[in-house]
Design a protein around this ligand. Structure first.
Ligand SMILES: Cc1ncc(COP(=O)(O)O)c(C=O)c1O
Length: 310
């Protein structure tokens, strides 16, 4: 029998082992939903970095380590509005990789501080250009000195959606005993929606996948993209979602505030997912609706949405 030393056992407790396997929580307080319809939220803030993006960042990093694309002194570079950057930064720090992040200047102070505290180098880009401006800057830096970087390219990297195909989907399938009928997920890079939706539809083609987007280019839904006015991520596959529900920022914020009174602290994109889930659930006589809740409220406490909350 091989006995492990304490040091060996502790080495296996690397926090990357704790990514995924997040709880599925019942959502209460939705209006106009039949008693035979269940709505659950996948509580992604339970990931060590506090968001769903740990899954994609970890799969991107370990795939690049495996292929040798991220080796030696190469620095990981990517564009992000926050959560992916935090995920790259903490996983990079754990694994000994340097990380450079192109971030729109108006990303929240808390997010920027978290990324720099974790040792990442930030390149702030024009706030008016949003994440598209940050993507252009990452591409420019990469083109200028390709030998310096591994360009993680979360908007085009298949390891992003594959993290959800192999992880998130299997978890939801098991957690609902294969009974879910509807999946609701917001679209940023689209990795969550495409990977989770694709796999669940393979497991049961009857499952309906619903995409969530902000209703206008100017919105407060951090992490989500208004695809009609943005560069569409190349990993986006329009065949996965049967329909798209557009959500107003005010409604998403209101939903997050209402859930806080029930003990669930949600970020704005999670609020948007619940607005969409409520609309879908109202149309049903029976069913099991699962909404992906990408992060929690704590990254948004400086936002005016919480100032207004009494
Ligand atoms: C808060 C938040 N919600 C939703 C998303 C969208 O997830 P995905 O990029 O997998 O589409 C992100 C992505 O960064 C996010 O940070």
């Amino acid at each position: 029998m091989v006995t492990q030393t304490l040091q060996e056992r502790l080495a296996e407790q690397d926090l990357t082992e704790r990514i995924g396997h997040t709880p599925l929580v019942p959502i209460q307080g939705l209006e106009g939903v039949a008693g035979s319809v269940r709505v659950y939220g996948k509580a992604e803030w339970f990931n060590p970095g506090g968001s769903v993006k740990d899954r994609a960042a970890w799969n991107i990093i370990r795939t690049a380590e495996g292929s040798g694309a991220l080796s030696g002194d190469r620095m990981l570079i990517d564009a992000t509005s926050g959560n992916t950057g935090i995920a790259y930064a903490w996983i990079g720090a754990t694994r000994g990789h340097r990380v450079k992040l192109c971030v729109p200047a108006n990303a929240s102070l808390a997010r920027k501080r978290l990324m720099t505290a974790l040792g990442a180098e930030l390149v702030l880009t024009d706030a008016m250009e949003g994440t598209d401006g940050a993507i252009r800057e990452a591409r420019r830096l990469m083109a200028e000195e390709p030998e310096l970087y591994f360009y993680a390219d979360q908007y085009a990297n298949p390891a992003n959606w594959q993290a959800h195909y192999h992880g998130t989907a299997a978890e939801i399938w098991d957690q609902t005993g294969g009974k879910l009928t509807h999946l609701v997920a917001g679209v940023g890079t689209s990795g969550t929606l495409v990977g989770t939706g694709k796999r669940l539809k393979e497991l049961n083609p009857e499952i309906e996948v619903i995409a969530v987007q902000p209703d206008s280019p100017f919105h407060a839904l951090e992490g989500l993209k208004h695809l009609a006015s943005c560069e569409v991520p190349s990993i986006y596959d329009p065949r996965v979602a049967r329909r798209t529900v557009e959500v107003r920022s005010e409604d998403a914020i209101d939903a997050a505030q209402r859930q806080a009174r029930r003990g669930l602290l949600l970020g704005w994109s999670a609020g948007a997912a619940l607005v969409a889930a409520e609309r879908v659930a109202r149309e049903l006589d029976r069913g099991v609706v699962v909404a992906i809740l990408p992060d929690g409220a704590e990254r948004y406490l400086g936002d005016s949405g919480w100032e207004a909350s009494r």
